[in-house]
Design a protein around this ligand. Structure first.
Ligand code: ASP
Ligand code: MG
Length: 409
């Protein structure tokens, strides 16, 4: 007897046939007494299509109305899935985010789950239902529908699993687990049997697209083991959990990630006086712009000024431009330069702490391949280099070749 949350993404529920296939698989694997919650995304490219539809009406970000629109995608999936289970002879019920008791902050398009009152879910399970919950959505305390950011169904699934104390949360996807690097870029990337929350979170933040970072954070907070596995086969996927289950060898490097959604912004000739960096970054924060790598350097050629460089997602650039139009006079900046053809390559692994050679090896590989490093940043378990986008696939492959030459994941 187990209580399991299973999440199926958009491509897994893209057609009625695919939905029926999920129903067959779930029912075939269900032991008597098992209780099953299913979280689904919108069918196929529905969310993208809805975004495109809104763009035909406006280019403005009407956050509340956007969430009203986007949340409909998941609602279609849950209703059809519930019908598909009932057609196969099993009791099932669909629940929206609100009906499942999910309260979020009132940040439209990037709501954060604040609370889950899952009594309805528990009652429906007790009643013998398979409970099908709309991913990616919740409701504010004022009753407005919110969405959790793209890819947010993962977060819904893990949070629900935490709230009902599920034995496991299974994320079904079109890859069969987490790889040491993106297998579409690195031909010899290896599937990992397991990875820790900390390492997975770092990989996800640094660009590994398999899981939404907040889903991993939720898993860690509620200690829910997350099993990332294939929709199309029964092979064991990758377990994301607190620690490695076996006393296996210490991994130095767990993965090599890349992120192409990066732009570099340089503010030239900022007056070198107290309070100017604060001014820039507090204005950016007020606009909810997530700033990543930051470097400030004193300009030798021109006394009394500094250049401040940072990175953001490319989609934030219009907002960054607006901020600088507003504060430029105040901070005395000469100019801002924007380069939106940048990318990040990162190595991640909890084992690298106390191994100073890792950074040197990574820089050496980039140098040998004539790839210039613009900015370097590190955390306790990662090293990231900002490089030109055109070189990043090659960089990832070469770095992966080096660190995973004789080892296996
Ligand atoms: N349907 C939403 C999206 O495409 C949420 C998700 O798939 O997780 O981003
Ligand atoms: Mg989707």
């Amino acid at each position: 007897m187990a209580l399991i949350v299973k999440k199926f993404g958009g491509s897994s529920v893209a057609t009625p046939d695919k939905m029926r296939a999920i129903v067959q698989r779930v029912l075939a694997g269900k032991q008597p007494g098992d209780q099953i919650v299913i979280v689904v995304s919108a069918m196929g490219d529905t969310t993208d299509d809805l975004v495109a539809l809104a763009k035909e009406i406006t280019s403005k970000p009407y956050g509340r109305e956007m969430d009203m629109l986007l949340s409909t995608g998941e609602q279609v999936s849950i209703a059809l899935m519930a019908m598909a289970f009932r057609e196969a002879g099993h009791k099932a019920i669909s629940l929206t985010g609100q009906q499942a008791g999910i309260t979020t902050s009132d940040a439209f398009n990037k709501g954060r789950i604040l609370d889950i009152q899952a009594q309805r879910v528990i009652d429906e399970l007790k009643d013998g239902n398979i409970v099908i919950i709309a991913g990616f959505q919740g409701i504010t305390e004022h009753g407005d529908i919110t969405t959790l950011g793209r890819g947010g169904s993962d977060t819904t699934a893990v949070a629900i699993a935490g709230a009902i104390h599920a034995d496991a949360c299974e994320i079904y996807t079109d890859v069969d687990g987490i790889y040491t690097s993106d297998p579409r870029v690195v031909t010899n990337a290896q599937k990992m049997g397991e990875i820790t929350y900390g390492e997975m979170l770092e990989m996800a933040k640094l660009g590994a697209g398999v899981m939404q970072p907040r889903a991993v954070e939720m898993g860690s907070r509620f200690n829910v083991p997350i099993h990332v596995r294939s929709t199309f086969s029964d092979v064991q996927g990758t377990m994301i959990q607190e620690d490695y289950s076996m006393e296996i060898k210490q991994y130095l490097i767990r993965g090599v990630a890349e992120d192409k959604n990066v732009a570099k912004v340089t503010v030239l000739g900022v007056l070198n006086q107290p309070g100017h960096a604060y001014k820039i970054f507090s204005e950016l924060a007020d606009q909810n712009i997530d700033v990543d790598m930051i470097v400030q350097s004193v300009r030798v050629a021109k006394e009394g000024t500094t250049d401040i460089t940072f990175t953001v997602s490319r989609s934030e650039l219009p907002a960054v431009r607006d901020v600088f139009a507003k504060i430029r006079g105040e901070i005395g900046a000469e100019d801002i330069l924007i380069d939106d053809k940048m990318a990040k390559v990162s190595v991640v692994g909890a084992g690298m702490a106390g191994h100073p050679g890792i950074a040197a090896s990574m820089f050496g590989i980039l140098g040998d391949n004539d790839i210039n490093i613009e900015i370097i940043s590190t955390s306790e378990i990662s090293i990231t280099c900002l490089i030109a986008e055109e070189s990043v696939d090659k960089a990832v492959q070469k770095i992966h070749d080096h660190f995973f030459a004789e080892s296996e994941a």
